[in-house]
Design a protein around this ligand. Structure first.
Ligand code: BDR
Ligand code: CA
Length: 311
């Protein structure tokens, strides 16, 4: 089994990904670490507790970074995920308590406890991972790997023409995380935006799993309203589930290698600039860590994996 820590900002597709991980027999979720992003960090933490209660999972949930590494102020994506982060469904908040540690401290503690065993799966902005690297500079040696949903390697962004939301929200933190010397795989819009799900997909999840899939179905309605603006078809995207699917079924994905830098200045803020391995690039890139970038995914097989796992 894969031991993971899910670093998250729930979030509609975060919820779908978290339930997918919980339902996966070969994944052990050691804890949910929360960060600001789609919603403020207090709400992210509360939402994570609520998801754990819904899924009968008694695991630690921590509160983490509530603002970007460097200004400006945080901005949230309520227009995508609703005022409550769950598309206005407003589930009864769990009365469970948070683990008192910060998300970064929890990551460090777990990495020391299970050296070489944990994959950090980050599906929100990267402040907690950047802070964990500061708390424990040996962290890259202590974890097995890092898989993130974020970035846009060879495609356009979703917040600006060049930037994807998770990276844009905390570009400085992302630059720290991409530069660290660990085995990092990036699942950006290159793959996640290439795979629109039909509106009936969430109906299937609900049918297979009335409780968890049913919640995804309900919350996804608001989310689909957002995604279906400016298009003729009604669609849904499940960005955050991709890195988890890859851990379980790497054969569904095509990856390439490259050096990635994150732009932190205003117009380019959050751009993930990839120098593919073997191309000529300035030392600013070639001296950066080499990472793996997902470029393709088998849509039909991925969809089947989600459905089977929710059942
Ligand atoms: C990412 O941004 C958030 O809105 C989603 O939860 C996902 O993590 C997609 O760009
Ligand atoms: Ca997310």
């Amino acid at each position: 089994t894969h031991k993971i820590i899910l670093d998250t900002d729930p979030g509609i597709d975060d919820a779908m990904a978290i339930f997918f991980a919980f339902q996966s027999p070969d994944i052990e979720v050691l804890g949910l670490t929360t960060v600001f992003g789609n919603v403020p960090v207090d709400m992210a933490a509360q939402n994570a507790l609520t998801l754990c209660e819904m899924a009968d999972q008694d695991i630690p949930v921590t509160k983490g970074v509530g603002m970007p590494w460097v200004g400006p102020e945080s901005s949230y994506a309520h227009f995508v995920h609703g005022d409550d982060g769950f598309g206005g469904v407003n589930p009864t908040p769990s009365a469970r308590e948070l683990d008192p540690r910060s998300s970064a401290q929890f990551i460090v503690d777990m990495a020391r406890k299970y050296p070489g065993e944990i994959t950090l799966v980050a599906i929100g902005p990267l402040g907690n991972l950047a802070l964990a690297l500061r708390l424990e500079p040996e962290l890259p040696k202590l974890v097995k790997g890092v898989s993130i949903m974020g970035g846009a390697a060879f495609v356009r962004g979703n917040v600006t023409p060049v930037a994807e939301a998770n990276i844009w929200n905390d570009a400085h933190a992302a630059e720290i995380v991409f530069a660290a010397d660990w085995d990092l795989t990036m699942f950006g819009l290159d793959v996640t935006n290439a795979v629109p799900f039909a509106p009936t997909f969430v109906d299937v999840l609900a049918e297979k799993n009335p409780k968890l899939g049913g919640f995804v179905q309900q919350t996804a309605q608001f989310y689909m309203d957002f995604y279906s603006q400016n298009r003729e078809d009604r669609v849904c995207f499940f960005h955050d589930a991709f890195p988890i699917a890859h851990l379980r079924h790497p054969e569904l994905f095509e990856l390439t290698e490259g050096n990635v830098r994150v732009a932190t200045d205003h117009l380019n803020r959050g751009q993930t600039i990839v120098a593919p391995a073997g191309t000529t690039a300035s030392p600013l890139w070639t001296e950066a860590n080499t990472i793996k970038v997902a470029t393709k995914v088998d849509h039909a097989a991925l969809e089947q994996l989600f459905v089977e796992t929710y059942a």
